[in-house]
Ligand binder design. Sequence first.
Ligand SMILES: [Zn+2]
Length: 67
Amino acid sequence: MPASPPSGGSDKPAAPHLKPGDEAYAGTPGTGEDLCEVCGGTGIRQDGSPCPNCEGTGRVTRGIGGA
Ligand SMILES: [Zn+2]
């Protein structure tokens, strides 16, 4: 049998998802969670719509340290 993964498995955790404001996937070494600078961490923009940068979470993953 060919090793073709079944599609639509519901027993797997959510796939890593990179938001527009993320510099790396959450949990990546050398990165950390930071407040979204677009919405200031509220997840909502000034006009009341969900922030697209952090997708309404108010947080983005950014690289820390280093130069
Ligand atoms: Zn935001």
